[in-house]
Ligand binder design. Structure first.
Ligand code: ACO
Ligand code: LMR
Length: 600
């Protein structure tokens, strides 16, 4: 892998660090990336499903997941993990990501991971060929392609430091602060950087100087390298070896900071955990001397570094890099109050999940109400057997006569002089656990029983303990002797068109038991719909979590609501057509049992 990141690289960001992620997206917008560099965020404690970020003046939604495994499964193309977990969690997050696999680079920002754990973690990554940047780092950048989190600072600073497009220097530092400083120096004295990594300040970091420099040696965009080391450790000697053995042939400019240490009597521990010399060879002085002797360009002092960079860069006669056009991140941005992911009315013609209305509305399109439901409710194009099933359900539940709760309410309301919408709504308000609204409950409880291997008897006991009648079982007038032909119709459709009906097969074993106790305890129309919808979604490839979410959000009752609205409106129109007077319930149909209230 000669290049760490490309313009297609996408990351999973562990921790919802909105400021850092926004900086990445501002960068993406500035350099005109086609896809955001963050594909997913792992936010273990958030109940949200996405986080909104600006992309220019627009907003984009980045999905949130509770675990790395879920994020990776949903965004398999994202092969960089930006591990922003705290030092207490960062090790576990990294080890889990290595086990999940599919990551080429893992960046770890936390400082202070116990050194024993850090060594094991770094070795595990190395064994798997995964590049670790950090721990204790701001990360790295491939200018014009991909930037990790806060590298380079604000967008203004990034453009000033020419980090918005690739230059020709490969930069490796330990420190993140000096990384930014050097980017600026390189922009002023040369043409910017092609790739840069701050390897991190801990004593044991994943990828070390030599790993990064060898990759840059192979990266044709890198024409020369700058190495900013520091007092402590012996990693610079590996670079010296590579230069001596001819593994690295591109010019290197290098400096180790910390030369001041010699002015102190005892060993000095600088800000980084690794920045302390344990032997003469680990001092900045010794390393600078050894690097100069190996032919590496070492300035006399840190202050001479800019001039050295200019000198080496100019000696290479690199062709000037054309400045690309950039987007400018707007200064003032407004977040949007509402989000819509199902339809769009901004063009010439409104669309349902991307389909213009005219492409689904007329009979010649071959599309029906089932297709419209699948687009607007599920944002998917369901196959014909499924859209036909949805239509069959809607038609089947459209009405069941005037005596049922909802129709009765709608009729009474219409006769009180109320409008179609008012009368319809009173009808709809009766839909619930006893009437028409047992579909979600049936799906939930039968699915639970089947998922948990409860036999019918155990299921009945389980429901008894919960103290609720089994949703989807029982009917006021329908029974074994007077079967509900709607149920028969739905089952016949499923038998002929569904790839399989495992949950229905299970529900029928439950029905056999309940009807053996009482013959009206049949699998009713609500139950049959709820159970068959689960079978339909399973056959369509939905995950169990997705199906559970449909159930929890009330999606299944919605089929009854849509269908029965047709019938309620029919009853309301019927009342209006007949100009029926206000309804008063016959008093002889009411048992009056009113006692004189006791005085207390
Ligand atoms: N699960 C377990 N036992 C039941 C169930 C059930 N779903 N339904 C009725 N029973 C039992 C009752 O506990 C009662 O037992 P008991 O005689 O030992 O006391 C007996 O059957 C009669 O109960 P009722 O409530 O009088 O039965 P009814 O025939 O009036 O009820 C109803 C019909 C309301 C549909 C009922 O069966 C029920 O609540 N079912 C669950 C909800 C449901 O599925 N509703 C949708 C119906 S279809 C539609 O509305 C489109
Ligand atoms: C309905 O569809 O409304 C019913 O099954 C309820 C009933 O009592 O007929």
């Amino acid at each position: 892998m000669a290049q760490l990141f490309t313009k297609d690289t996408q990351a999973i960001f562990w921790n919802n660090n909105t400021t850092a992620i926004q900086r990445m997206l501002d960068y993406d917008y500035t350099i005109k990336r086609s896809k955001p560099s963050v594909a997913a965020i792992v936010a273990p404690t958030s109940g949200n499903k996405f986080e909104k970020f600006f992309y220019g003046s627009d907003e984009v939604m980045i999905p949130l997941y509770k675990t790395t495994a879920e994020a990776k499964a949903a965004q398999p193309q994202a092969d960089v993990l930006l591990n922003f977990a705290s030092f207490r969690t960062a090790y576990d997050v990294t080890m889990e990501a290595l086990q999940i696999g599919g990551f080429s680079t893992i960046m770890i920002t936390a400082e202070g991971i116990p050194e024993r754990l850090a060594r094991g973690m770094n070795q595990a990554a190395r064994d798997l060929g995964v590049t670790v940047i950090g721990p204790a780092t701001v990360g790295g950048i491939a200018p014009g392609a991909f930037k990790i989190a806060n590298v380079g600072g604000t967008i203004e600073n990034i453009v000033n430091s020419k980090l918005h497009r690739a230059g020709s220097c490969g930069l490796v530092t330990r420190s993140g602060g000096l990384f930014n400083e050097l980017s600026n120096i390189i922009a002023i004295n040369a043409d910017g950087i092609a790739e840069g990594v701050a390897i991190g300040g801990d004593r044991f970091v994943g990828s070390v100087f030599i790993d990064n420099l060898l990759r840059m040696q192979d990266n044709p965009e890198v024409k020369y390298m700058i190495l900013l080391g520091e007092v402590g450790g012996t990693e610079e000697y590996k670079v010296i070896e590579a230069v001596k053995s001819g593994k690295i042939t591109k010019p290197i400019i290098a400096w180790c900071i910390g030369t001041i240490a010699k002015y102190y009597d005892s060993g000095v521990q600088f800000g980084h955990a690794g920045a302390s010399a344990n032997a003469e060879a680990e001092t900045a002085e010794a390393k600078n001397k050894a690097m100069a002797e190996a032919g590496i360009h070492v300035p006399a002092t840190f202050n001479d570094l800019p001039a050295k960079i200019k000198e080496v860069y100019e000696s290479l006669n690199i062709a000037p890099i054309p400045e690309p056009e950039m987007n400018v991140v707007p200064k003032v941005r407004r977040t949007k109050q509402f989000i819509c992911t199902i339809s769009d009315d901004r063009g010439d013609e409104a669309t349902y999940a991307g389909f213009p209305i005219s492409s689904v509305a007329t009979p010649d399109t071959g599309k029906g109400i089932g297709d419209v439901v699948s687009l607007l409710w599920f944002k998917k194009q369901y196959p014909k057997w499924a859209t036909d099933f949805i239509e069959t359900v809607i038609k089947t539940v459209a009405d069941h006569g005037p005596a049922v709760s909802g129709a009765h309410n709608a009729k009474v309301t219409a006769r009180a002089g109320k409008s179609v919408v008012e009368s319809l709504v009173t009808g709809l308000l009766t839909i619930g656990p006893r009437f028409g609204g047992a579909i979600d409950g049936a799906a939930e409880h039968f699915k639970y029983a089947d998922d948990n291997g409860l036999d019918p008897k155990a299921f009945l006991n389980h429901m008894k303990k919960l103290g609720i009648p089994i949703p989807g079982i029982g009917h006021r007038i329908k029974s074994l002797k007077n079967p509900d032909l709607r149920v028969k119709g739905l089952m016949e459709y499923a038998a002929a068109h569904f790839p399989a009906t495992p949950l229905l097969d299970y529900a029928r074993t439950v029905e056999a038991l309940t009807t053996s106790k009482k013959e009206n305890l049949i699998l009713n129309v609500d139950g049959t719909i709820g159970i068959l919808m689960v079978d339909m979604w399973r056959a369509l490839g939905y995950s169990e979590e997705e199906i559970n979410e449909f159930i929890a959000s009330g999606t299944l009752n919605a089929f009854f609501i849509v269908g029965r609205s047709i019938g309620f409106i029919g009853h309301v129109l019927d009342e209006k057509r007949l100009a029926m007077p206000m309804y008063r319930h016959p008093m002889d149909d009411i048992l009056y049992d009113v006692q004189v209230a006791e005085k207390i």
